[in-house]
Design a protein around this ligand. Structure first.
Ligand code: AP5
Ligand code: MG
Length: 225
């Protein structure tokens, strides 16, 4: 389904809830541009940029990077994507970040993946990623065709430094304390849609149906059926 009008969405959920995996599917099905704050930070670390080096210790310890740094980075990218439809993954993660986003852009919908913490802890240790594209594999759930290599480019896959068990626990704590209030923020604005489950493949059809309807409505409201 190709998009004709601008549609702006945010995907939320605890670390390892499947935001990256579902985002790839949304991008393929609906043609939204996917912007992941974590992927952008990891690209900066990989490129050894000044920002990347500064942020690496925060990320490796499972803490959030400062609001002003990430807000500047993301908003600058969104301004460049001026007339496109986008899907934000990993941002906003604090109420202050949500307010910064709101000051410049209107979010049409927020997809919230509600996955139990226990499921998450089991998943993250078997995750492998292709850093340049952000493609996510899991040795149990969606393994690459050739072990250790990206399906599309054939380049090597890596494991994230912050996927160690104790770091995952810290990331989940940061989520509870700093990010859960963002859900309330969007709920009160009437744009939050929550999808509960333990398996991405079961959650995905519901997200797909929801977004298909939402985008049709959004075109009608804007008078471009
Ligand atoms: P970020 O990269 O955004 O990490 P995260 O939110 O911790 O989430 P993940 O990327 O780990 O998980 P995901 O939900 O994308 O799940 P995935 O699809 O990979 O952020 C990293 C760090 O950057 C943060 O900790 C922070 O320091 C910093 N940062 C980023 N944004 C920030 C911000 N706005 N403000 C401040 N700091 C910020 O799936 C997870 C795994 O599960 C995969 O292995 C997948 O294959 C597997 N999986 C999915 N479904 C299933 C299933 N049904 N069965 C088994 N496995 C499954
Ligand atoms: Mg991710």
């Amino acid at each position: 389904m190709a998009l004709r009008k601008i549609f702006r969405a945010v995907i939320m959920g605890p670390p390892g809830s499947g935001k990256g995996t579902v985002s790839s599917r949304i991008r393929e099905s609906f043609g939204l541009q996917h912007l992941s704050s974590g992927d952008m930070l990891r690209a900066n670390i990989e490129a050894k940029s000044e920002l990347g080096l500064l942020m690496k210790s925060c990320i490796d310890q499972g803490q959030l990077v400062p609001d002003d740094v990430i807000s500047r980075l993301i908003l600058a990218s969104l301004r460049e994507m001026d007339h496109s439809s986008w899907l934000l993954d990993g941002f906003p993660r604090t109420v202050s970040q949500a307010e910064s986003l709101d000051s410049e852009f209107t979010v049409d919908t927020v997809v919230n993946l509600d996955v139990p913490f226990q499921t998450i802890k089991e998943r993250l240790t078997s995750r492998w990623v292709h850093l340049p594209s952000g493609r996510v594999y899991n040795i149990d759930f969606n393994p690459p065709k050739i072990p250790g290599l990206d399906d599309i480019t054939g380049e090597p896959l890596t494991q994230r430094d912050d996927d160690m068990p104790e770091t995952v626990t810290r990331r989940l704590k940061a989520y509870e304390n700093q990010t859960e209030p963002v859900l309330e923020y969007y709920r009160s604005k009437g744009v939050l849609a929550t999808f509960t489950g333990t398996e991405t493949n079961k959650i995905w059809p519901h997200v797909h149906t929801f977004l298909s309807k939402k985008m049709t409505q959004s075109r009608k409201i804007r008078g471009h059926v």
